[in-house]
Design a protein around this ligand. Sequence first.
Ligand SMILES: [Fe+2]
Length: 191
Amino acid sequence: MQTDPSQHVQLQVGPSGRAMAESMDPALLEGFQAHFNMERQAHATYFGAAIWMGERELRGFSNHFMDEAKGEQEHAAKVADYLIARAQSPELQALEAPDQSWGSIIDVMSTAFLTERDVTTSLQQLLMAAEQVCDTRSTVFLEAMVEAQIKAEHEAAHLLGRTKFADGQAAAVLVIDNELIEGVAHPAQLQ
Ligand SMILES: [Fe+2]
């Protein structure tokens, strides 16, 4: 049987030729690309923190930050998976060299808290942008990410507070370091 090419089912496709269910608002896509790279930048920041702690014999803190670094890479991958699912091409952009010149453990923990805060802010802005253009696929995806981010901020604030409480005293810092070796990093739970 002869087929007429003009009779093919017409599909909208993305830059890689992947089938696209719904096009994405250009400003929203730009925001997703920036957020994708922000998660990669957070990975680099945490890798730097793991190195800083490792150089100072703080095994628990170093392990904790390696876990955080892996977590950020997973978040970047999650955003990449989402963009591919939307037939968009995730763009790997050049990262900045993270500042590794921390003067104290409290400085490192403060950086971690601010990193989580900034990632949450970026997700919130994306969510608002997605809502404005009625991109429901994106709002569903982003709401789950914001929820996870709030937990990450809570944990970072807890570890910062606990570190401040230790006030640079070696015995107290080592107690926290041992907790982190055991993988205990969560705040108090009242429920
Ligand atoms: Fe993240």
